[in-house]
Design a protein around this ligand. Sequence first.
Ligand code: HMG
Ligand code: MG
Length: 286
Amino acid sequence: EHSNHVTVVEMAPRDGLQNEKQPIDTARKIELVNLLSDSGFDRIEVTSFVSPKWVPQLADAAAVMAGIERRPGVRYAALAPNMQGFEAALAAGADEVAIFASASETFSQRNINCSIAESIERFRPVAAASRDRGVPLRGYVSCVVECPYEGAVLPKSVADVAWQLRALGCYEISLGDTIGRGTPEAVDRMLAAVLDELPVTTLAGHFHDTSGRALDNIAVALERGLRVFDAAAGGLGGCPFAPGAKGNVDTVAVHDYLMAHGYETGLDEEKLARAAAFARSLRSTS
Ligand code: HMG
Ligand code: MG
C-alpha cells in the first residue's frame, strides 16, 4: 500500500555543520550545498537563522543562501525559531522554513530558551506568516525517545507536540532522536503514539546515529509507513545543546540500505559519494 519511493532530506549543511567548533569558510559551505544540489535531493536544509551567539558556526546563514547555485526543483530550507529568523530566512531566499520544538521541557529550555508551550506561541506568528506568504513550513520535534537531561520521554508527549505543530500548519513533522539513543522498540512505541494522532504522510524520521541504531530505527519507521528521512552526507552532525549527540545517520548508508531493500530515492550514487567525501573534509579532526 505504501510507495517504494523514499525522500531523503539532506541535513549536512545545517545539522551537520552547526556543532563544528572550528569556523568553516562560507565558500566551502556553499560548495557543499552545490555538490548536494547536484546529487538529486529535492530538499536540502542549508542553514539556520538563529542567534549567532547560540550557534556561531551558522552566523553566515544569509551569505551561504546568497552564494549557492539554485538548481530548479530543489527546495532550499532553513531553520527559523522566531519571527526574526523567519524574516531573515525569507529575505535570504529560503524556499521552506522549519520551526523546531521539543518533547522534553529541559531540552526546550536549553535549545531555544523557552518552555514547550512558549515555543508553540512563538511559532504561531511564524506559521501565520508562512501561510500568508505561501512558504512551506516544516516542524521538528526533538527528543522523541530520550532527552539528554531528562532521560526517557513519553510517547504521548511526542504525539502532543507533533499534533500542535501540525495544527500550526506544518505540512510535515520530523521526529528527532536528537541524541541517537533510541532503540527500535522505543522508536516503534513512539511512532505508534504519534500515528494515533497524525497521518503517516505528514511524518518524517530524523535519526542521529550515536548508538549505531539509526538504520534499525529507519527500518521500523519504514515498516510503519514513513517515507521521508533526514540524513547527513558524511554522517556529520550533532547538536550543541544535546551533550553526547553524534551525527545524523549518513546519507550514503541510508541510500545503500534503501537500495538493498527495494526502495528508490532518486539520488545519484556517485555524486552523492563525492558530496559525502567533501562533507567529511569539512569536519575538524579533533
Ligand atoms: P533568546 O536569547 O531567548 O532570544 O534566544 P531573544 O529573543 O531574547 O533575543 C536575544 C538576542 O538574540 C537578541 O540580540 C536578538 O536579536 C537575537 P541582542 O539584542 O542580544 O544582540 N536573536 C536572533 N538573532 C538572529 N536570528 C534570530 C534571532 N532571534 C533572536 N532568529 C533563540 C532564543 C531561539 C533565538 C536562541 O535560543 C537560539 O537561537 N537558539 C538556537 C538553537 C539552535 O539552533 N539549536 C540547534 C538546532 S535544533 C536541532 O539541532 C535539533 C534538530 O536537528 C532535530 C533533532 O535532532 O532533534 C532540528
Ligand atoms: Mg538533529
